[in-house]
Design a protein around this ligand. Structure first.
Ligand SMILES: Nc1nc2c(ncn2[C@@H]2O[C@H](COP(=O)(O)OP(=O)(O)OP(=O)(O)O)[C@@H](O)[C@H]2O)c(=O)[nH]1
Length: 379
């Protein structure tokens, strides 16, 4: 590769970065304006060709080309500089379309024998309304188009240098312009409605995906993470603890004599107790800890970056808060509650299944020893 090419490449890269490296909303506005710019270049080229061929006044066409080009460049600069990013529509589509309609009507007035090219361009301009305009704005722009063309047609008829034409021909042009405006507006409105519909469907779909995700990871009764989600969290936290060497604790919490509660007060009361227990424990643990419903009346608490001493203190607090907070039923009855806890500390190189097993054994020891207590697993 030549030295020139090596030097030129970063420069080209800088130019490309300058035009393309933008945030997504800004990039979308630049792309829309880029299309408008392309349309404008084609129109300028066609009218300049008409002027060279003697079909239109070259001086008027030159001024029109300069004015139109300047407006497109200003739009581009406003978007690229980020000056329009605070606006509701950073591409200020309605302003750009209004300006394009004006430019198109002026082209109609000055294009003399070449004015036949302007109505189809008007249709394309109206189509840009699909991007971000409200239906009311599209309709206002249609009315504005009719007025702009009406004024341009009147100018052509009244001012000789613009190349007056037979009234019948002027009426034909106006009729075609009106048809173009109505039809393109109707099509634009239809495309707009379809776009809105699709966006609505997309929103519904994202909500449904979010719901499915929620259902797949949450326990419906308590709102806590469910067993499947907890297994994933355990895997992630286990890897983190192994990598960082930070202490990781796991506790299994099991409500005592829960069957008796169900049998005495009914299944619905049992559900209320489970919800109340989940709330109580959630209120005791730190936001970094993860409490999940493991199944039935059994819960698992994962305490990340927690020393055995802090863990002991926390679990004892959970136990005493549960024991000191009877659950009030809607019937007026109160249920005294206790919880047995089996806890274990993650050992270096240990499998998660083994950690869970040790916590489970400690839980059974707590039950055997008379319930309502915290037992730590031995190594
Ligand atoms: N209300 C309600 N009960 C549940 C739910 N899931 C499991 N259970 C009940 O929880 C009870 C658990 O009973 P056991 O396994 O004998 O445990 P326990 O009575 O707490 O006895 P210990 O654990 O030995 O203290 C069973 O009666 C299950 O039917 C639930 O979602 N709602």
């Amino acid at each position: 590769m030549s030295l020139d090419a090596i030097v030129a490449r970063p420069r080209l890269q800088r130019w490309l970065d300058l035009v393309l490296t933008t945030e997504p909303r800004q990039r979308a506005s630049l792309v829309t304006t880029g299309w408008a710019c392309l349309l404008m270049v084609c129109c300028v080229f066609s009218l300049e060709l008409g002027a060279v061929a003697g079909l239109a006044d070259p001086q008027l066409v030159r001024w029109w080309s300069l004015g139109s080009g300047a407006c497109v460049l200003i739009s581009f600069a406003l978007i690229r500089s980020g000056a329009s990013m605070g606006w509701r529509d950073p591409a200020f589509t309605h302003v750009q379309i209004a300006y394009a309609i004006t430019s198109n009507a002026v082209a109609y007035a000055i294009a003399d024998q070449a004015r036949g090219i302007t109505p189809p361009v008007l249709a394309v301009i109206m189509m840009f309304g699909v991007f971000g305009l409200r239906p009311a704005q599209i309709k206002v722009l249609m009315v504005y188009g009719l007025i702009a063309y009406g004024v341009a047609a009147a100018l052509v008829q009244c001012w000789e240098p613009l190349g007056a034409m037979p009234v019948e021909l002027a009426a034909m042009y106006l009729l075609i312009v009106a048809v173009v405006l109505f039809t393109s507006t109707a099509l634009t409105l239809r495309a707009h409605a379809m776009r809105e519909h699709l966006q609505g469907r997309k929103r519904d779909l994202s909500q449904a995906v979010e719901q499915v995700r929620e259902l797949a990871t949450r326990d419906e009764l308590t709102g806590l993470p469910n067993r499947r989600h907890m297994q994933e969290m355990m895997r992630v936290e286990g890897l983190r603890a192994a990598r960082s060497g930070q202490p990781l604790l796991m506790a299994q919490l099991d409500l005592d004599a829960f069957k008796v509660i169900n049998d005495t007060h009914g299944h619905a009361a049992g559900d209320l107790v489970l919800q109340s227990f989940a709330r109580l424990v959630s209120g005791c643990v730190r936001s970094a800890d993860i409490l999940a419903r493991w199944g039935g009346e059994e819960f698992v608490l994962l305490m990340c970056n927690t020393s055995a001493q802090d863990g002991s203190y926390l679990l004892e607090r959970v136990r005493s808060v549960v024991a000191a907070t009877p659950v009030q039923l809607p019937t007026g009855a109160t249920i005294e509650l206790t919880v047995s806890v089996g806890a274990a500390q993650f050992l270096e190189g240990e499998e998660l299944a083994s950690l869970l097993e040790r916590a489970d054994e400690a839980l059974y020891a707590a039950k055997r020893l008379g319930r309502n207590r915290v037992v730590w697993a031995t190594r």
